[in-house]
Design a protein around this ligand. Structure first.
Ligand code: ZN
Length: 501
């Protein structure tokens, strides 16, 4: 290992739901949303070192003994395909930056692992191939990935090691960056590549059953560190991101180390454990009417029932504007209920024009074909926000978000009392601060409906009397057999114990 290694660092983050109605352009990676705006050069150190995300963890772990060549970090909210334009431009910033950096001892990238580009179904694998083409086959090169990575042979072949989150909700992003540095350090010290093993279970695992607070993921992930000994440096599970119609979609086990037989044996052991747990990946799903009825009977202010609107989770590519659950809440007569975040820039703009206290007729959400029509209602504007504020939950950890114009709307209906938090930039409702920004105190509600699959648990578990899961229309489908895969390799079951592709 060089006395003070010089490491190029960069990040590009996208989780691609190929079934969602719109994709990500270059501008989506440039502007700030739930994540910081595109950041280049030395500013990366200033912006990301304090943040509890992988590149922040990597910098904090490595800075005492390494020098950095920071290139670019950019992220866009999950949606459908990344344009070739966006991918090629950001890839070029990384590859050209590496080529122009002079002597380098290593490369680290902070990637997601489920990016699908118009011309490359394995986005990260293609990016890593381009980096490899610049640095050659021998330069140490490690990558951190989101737990929802669809890990591919291309990613494994073109990098020295992958370090993957081990929690969902993702509260170990920082630690994953630190672990990526630990692996890179070992790789540099060894002076030769790790042995690698990649294994893929034959079934897709839906997001809502992937939470590491519960079995089977709780034990599967808790068991990983004990396997990292005796020549096994790291073993991870990418649990997969099902709504990506690519050949290599699905969970994977990936292991590295200096003892090939031990690496293979560890990977086989975890693969066997996942396969043995197949039938345990399940949770009951309710219809919107069932969920609303249950929540009205059991929720009260101070002890709210939290309803997760799983299929419209924008953090998995949902439009975050479907109104099936909202309609059920209003028609069902919910009182002291709140729903968020509903993405509707037009509605937010109209509310800001009208001002606090105004009453107006609106057509809310429902613009992408998942609903027969928007939710038409008379509302009162209760509060407004510029959408720029800091959250403090376990996932975001003091991150400042930029969600554009926001509004709290009260649906004026004789039989119900439901408020909606509307935003102008799509973002998953995974932090109580996102509702407090428009004056909704979640604990004071009887029913809180959230457009999120699992991440909301990190901040809402503590106030929820109970959490229930609803299957209402949206792009983040819960059951694989409800859509048609065209590119997924044959033989893969579309859900645990489900029909094969
Ligand atoms: Zn994830």
């Amino acid at each position: 290992m060089a006395s003070r290694p010089r490491i190029a660092i960069a990040g590009m983050q996208h989780e691609t739901n190929t079934f969602a109605p719109f994709g990500a352009t270059y501008d989506d990676f440039v502007r700030a949303d739930g994540w910081p705006e595109m950041t280049r050069g030395d500013a990366i150190i200033d912006v990301f070192t304090p943040l509890a995300i992988p590149i922040g963890g990597f910098i904090r772990a490595a800075r005492a003994e390494c020098d950095f060549v920071p290139l670019v970090w950019a992220a866009a909210e999950p949606c459908s395909y990344v344009t070739d334009d966006a991918f090629d431009r950001i890839s070029a910033m990384i590859c050209d930056g590496i080529a122009a950096a002079g002597h380098l001892d290593a490369v680290y990238l902070d990637l997601h692992g489920a990016m699908v580009v118009e011309s490359h179904e394995d986005g990260e694998g293609e990016l890593m191939r381009r980096v490899r083409a610049v640095v050659g086959p021998d330069l140490p090169f490690v990558v951190s990935l989101d737990m929802h990575a669809n890990i591919t042979e291309g990613m494994v072949a073109n990098s020295d090691a992958l370090a993957v989150y081990r929690t969902y909700p993702h509260i170990d992003m920082l630690e994953t960056g630190e672990r990526a540095y630990s692996l890179l350090r070992q790789r540099m010290a060894n002076g030769r590549a790790f042995h690698k093993a990649l294994r893929k279970p034959p079934f897709l695992i839906p997001l809502y059953t992937q939470c590491t607070d519960f079995e089977p993921c709780k034990s599967l992930y808790a068991g990983l560190p004990a396997l990292e000994r005796g020549g096994v440096a790291n073993i991870d599970i990418g649990i997969g991101f099902p709504p990506a119609d690519i050949a290599e979609c699905g969970p994977a086990v990936v292991a590295y180390g200096t003892d090939a037989a031990a690496v293979d044996a560890a990977a086989d052991k975890v693969l066997a454990a996942i396969n043995a747990a197949e039938s345990q990946f399940s949770s009951p799903l309710l219809t919107p009417a069932e969920a609303t009825s249950y929540a009205m009977r059991h929720g009260r202010p101070g002890e709210p029932i939290v309803i997760a609107d799983l299929q419209d989770n924008p953090g998995a590519g949902g439009t975050s504007d479907t109104v099936g659950l909202l309609r059920a809440m209003v028609e069902g007569g919910v009182r002291e209920g709140a729903l968020g975040l509903l993405w509707d820039p037009q509605t937010a703009a109209l509310a800001h024009e009208a001002g606090v206290g105004a009453e107006l007729e609106l057509a809310i959400g429902g613009r992408y074909g998942y609903d027969a029509e928007p939710f038409r209602a008379r509302v009162r504007v209760e509060a407004l926000s510029d959408g720029h504020f800091t959250c403090h939950g376990a996932i975001l950890g003091d991150l400042t978000v930029s969600l554009g114009k926001m509004a709290r709307l009260r649906i004026l209906d004789d039989g119900s009392d439901v408020q909606v938090a509307v935003c102008s930039v799509r973002y998953q409702c995974l932090d109580q601060g996102l509702l407090r920004a428009v004056g909704i105190e979640p604990k004071d509600q009887a029913i809180v409906a959230l457009k999120s699959s699992v991440h909301f648990r990190a901040d809402f578990d503590s106030i929820a009397k109970e959490i229930i899961l609803v299957e209402s229309p949206g792009a983040n489908f819960c059951r694989g057999e409800t859509v048609t895969y065209k590119n997924l390799r044959s033989g893969v079951r579309l859900g645990p114990c489900g029909p094969a592709n």
